[in-house]
Design a protein around this ligand. Structure first.
Ligand SMILES: Cc1cc2nc3c(=O)[nH]c(=O)nc-3n(C[C@H](O)[C@H](O)[C@H](O)COP(=O)(O)OP(=O)(O)OC[C@H]3O[C@@H](n4cnc5c(N)ncnc54)[C@H](O)[C@@H]3O)c2cc1C
Length: 258
C-alpha cells in the first residue's frame, strides 16, 4: 500500500491541514497479535515537526477504502517512543472487511500511511482527585495510555467491556488503579451495552472532585453521560467521545457539553 498524493483527495488532506493538524508519513515496521481481537501495528513517524502526542490522543489515518481511494479513520496513539520515533497503534478486529481492520491484518513492513494529528481533548485532567474510565475494547488504547501516565498516588478505576476474557490486557501503572473487566462471552460489541451501563451505575463515586471519561459506542456513552449527570457530576467533569456506532463510517461523535 502507498500513500501517493493521487490517492488522497486534495480536499480531505486540505481539511485536515485547515484544522491545524500536522501531517505525518508513517512507515510500517511490524505487526503482532496481542489478544484474539486486538492487533498492534508499529510504525515509524516521519514529519517536518516534532511528534508530541499526549496520552489518550489519536491520529487520523488515511487508509485504503477498498474502492481505490483513502478513508479517514481515527486511531489512538497507544504508545510513542521519541528516541526511535516509533508509534504503536492497536486495532480492534471487529470483523475482517472494513478499512481499519483490513489494514491491521495486512500491514507489511515498508508500507507507508499518511496521518494527521495528534488530536483530541481526551487527555488527563491534572486537577482531579479521582478518575473513572469506561469503554469497550476500542477504548483500551486511550484508557491504558492515560492510566500508564498517572503518577504514584493517583487513584483511578476503569470499567472495560471485552469480547472474551482472552482479550484482557496487563497494565503497568505507578498509580492506584483497579480494572473491572466485563466479558461479552464471545458476542460482538453492540449499541446500548447493558453490561457497561449497569456496571457504571452500580459503581459508587468516590469523595472529592473526580473526572469521568466515557468512550466507545455512541448510544452507550450518551446514556452513561446522562446517568453521571443525574448522579451529580458536573458537565465539566465528564469527557465523552463516540468512537463508533453501527452504520457510521470512520469519524467520531461529539457529546453535547453544555
Ligand atoms: C478519538 C478516537 C480514537 C479511536 N481509537 C481507536 C483505537 O485505538 N483502536 C481501535 O480499534 N479503534 C479506535 N477508534 C475507533 C475506530 O476509529 C472505529 O471503530 C472505526 O470505525 C474503525 O474503522 P473501520 O474501517 O474498521 O470501520 P468503518 O468502515 O469505519 O465502519 C464500518 C462499520 O463497522 C462497524 N464498526 C466500526 N467500528 C466498530 C467497533 N470498534 N466495534 C464494532 N463495530 C464497529 C460499524 O457498524 C460501522 O458502521 C477510535 C475512534 C475515535 C473517534
Amino acid at each position: 500500500m502507498t500513500d501517493t498524493p493521487s490517492q488522497v483527495r486534495p480536499d480531505m488532506a486540505e481539511m485536515m491541514r485547515r484544522r491545524g493538524l500536522k501531517e505525518w508519513s508513517l512507515e510500517v515496521i511490524g505487526a503482532a497479535q496481542i489478544t484474539p481481537r486486538m492487533r498492534r501495528v508499529s510504525l515509524k513517524v516521519d514529519g517536518a515537526e516534532p511528534f508530541e502526542p499526549k496520552p489518550g490522543q489519536d491520529i487520523v489515518m488515511m487508509l485504503p477504502d477498498g474502492a481505490g481511494g483513502l478513508g479517514r479513520r481515527h486511531y489512538t496513539v497507544r504508545s510513542f517512543d521519541p528516541v526511535r520515533q516509533q508509534v504503536e497503534v492497536d486495532f480492534v478486529l471487529h470483523g475482517d472487511a472494513t478499512p481499519g481492520v483490513r489494514f491491521a491484518l495486512s500491514a507489511q513492513p515498508g508500507e507507508r500511511v499518511l496521518a494527521f494529528g495528534p488530536r483530541g481533548r481526551n487527555v488527563i485532567n491534572p486537577g482531579a482527585d479521582w478518575r473513572l474510565f469506561v469503554g469497550d475494547e476500542t477504548c483500551i488504547p486511550p484508557i491504558f495510555a492515560m492510566l500508564e501516565s498517572l503518577p504514584a498516588g493517583a487513584k483511578a478505576h476503569a470499567i472495560i467491556e471485552i469480547g472474551s476474557d482472552a482479550d484482557r490486557q496487563p497494565l503497568s501503572s505507578a498509580a492506584d488503579v483497579t480494572i473491572d473487566w466485563i466479558s461479552r462471552e464471545g458476542a460482538h460489541a453492540a449499541p446500548m451495552s447493558s453490561g457497561l451501563i449497569e456496571r457504571l451505575a452500580a459503581r459508587p463515586l468516590p469523595e472529592g472532585r473526580g473526572h469521568a471519561y466515557v468512550l466507545g459506542e455512541t448510544s452507550t456513552i450518551r446514556r452513561q453521560r446522562h446517568d453521571l449527570l443525574a448522579r451529580g457530576l458536573g458537565k465539566d467533569q465528564i469527557f465523552g467521545e463516540g468512537y463508533w456506532r453501527p452504520g457510521r463510517v470512520g469519524g467520531h461523535d461529539h457529546l453535547e457539553e453544555h
